[in-house]
Each structure stands twice: as C-alpha cells, then as structure tokens.
Design a protein. Structure first.
Length: 220
C-alpha cells in the first residue's frame, strides 16, 4: 500500500497516484513542455525540524513546513538559471511537502497546503488528505522526484510535469504505529502534470493536477 491515491473529479487527481485505495490518476499527457537541462545530481533533504523556504518570492507569510525525521525527499530538479522557472520549481517542491504536512498533522484543511493550492486543486487535496485522516494513517519513508518538464508563459501561468518514485514510500497507521511496506512494482512510478499561476504575492500556486500511475516515462 503506497502513500498516494484518491478518486476525485474527472479532471483532477490532487497530489495522488497510490494510497489507501488502489486507484490511479488521470492518464492524460502534458504537451509542449520545455525540458529542463542542468546538473545531473539532485538534492536530498531530510524533513526533520528545519523549516523549508521557497526561493520564489519574498512574501513574509509563507507557511513554515516542518516534517518528521522519518520523511526524506530527493528533488532531482536542477536550477535552470531562469528566475521564473526556478521559482516554479521551488514552489512546487514546497507544495508537495505542504500536502505531506497536512497528512502528518491529520488536518484536511491545513493552512500550509492551502497556501499553494487553489480552486479544484485545493478541493481535491482536501479529499486526498481526508482519506488519511479517516484511516488514522500517516506517511513515512523516502520520496524521490525527478525528470521535470517545465514551461512558463508570459501571462503568469506555467505547466510542470514530473515523476515520483514511491518505491520507498509507505503508509504508517497511527493507532498501532505499524508501517505497511510493499514491493516495488511499475505502479510505484507516477507522473504528475500540474497547471500553475503566479498569484498577487508572487507565489506559483497549483490550479489543476492530473497523474498517471505506472507511467512508462518514469520507469527506471
């Protein structure tokens, strides 16, 4: 049993591919994305009590995202040298961690993810997190994000596709503190397609998200 999955409205799977149910996301493909070129290595970060901060805007009211030490993240998202593209990548990283914070906090309306998600994306994420809350379940393990494709338009919108390796990501049941470990399969690899816009604070917020479980593009 993996950490991410939920059934939501047809056009949206918010931060989701595999979770407490075995359903997948939308299989639509993102188009016209610019491949990000850069360094071959990514950065691995532990989520233990160090607040994460996005580099995209100077807004002083960004939420503090502090996650337990049993959660680690590797973002193989090299900097592009383009300020707008790097801002999208930074805010997207924060949005992923913000959803995980809501799961850890067992709060389907956690303020941190609502800072980075709006509209249908926020509604879908609420449904997603609520599944964990209802199951009294959290997450643990190591998460890897890689192979980003990004396009930023002049109208303040952007599209970002990326892969996630969930092979070492697990559900942890809070009442027993037991971790449900699973074998790595093709479904451990998920591709996400997100649509974003820059809001009045200069933050790149997610409007829509779809995912495809077992994506051939993300297979090792």
């Amino acid at each position: 049993m993996k950490r991410r999955s939920l059934p939501v409205a047809a056009a949206l799977v918010a931060s989701a591919a595999l979770l407490l149910t075995a359903c997948g996301g939308d299989d639509s493909e993102s188009k016209d994305n610019d491949k990000i070129a850069g360094a071959d290595t990514g950065s691995e970060t532990s989520a233990s009590p160090t607040a994460s901060a996005s580099a995209s805007a100077d807004s002083a009211d960004r939420p503090k995202i502090e996650l337990p030490s049993d959660l680690t993240y590797t973002f193989e998202w090299p900097k592009t040298g383009d300020a707008d593209k790097d801002a999208v990548l930074a805010d997207s990283e924060q949005s992923i961690k913000a959803v995980d914070l809501a799961i850890v906090n067992q709060d389907a309306l956690d303020k941190a993810y609502l800072y980075y998600y709006e509209g249908e994306a926020a509604a879908g994420t609420e449904t997603f997190v609520k599944k964990y809350v209802d199951a009294k379940a959290s997450i643990t393990g190591a998460y890897r994000f890689y192979d980003p494709d990004l396009k930023v338009d002049n109208d303040g919108t952007a599209s970002l596709s990326y892969c996630e390796d969930q092979g070492k990501a697990y559900v942890k049941y809070l009442e027993t503190n037991k971790v449900k470990k699973t074998e790595v399969t093709a479904d451990s690899y998920v591709i996400y397609h997100t649509s974003l816009k820059r809001n009045s604070k200069g933050v790149w917020v997610i409007q829509d998200m779809v995912s495809e479980v077992g994506s051939a593009k993300c297979q090792p």
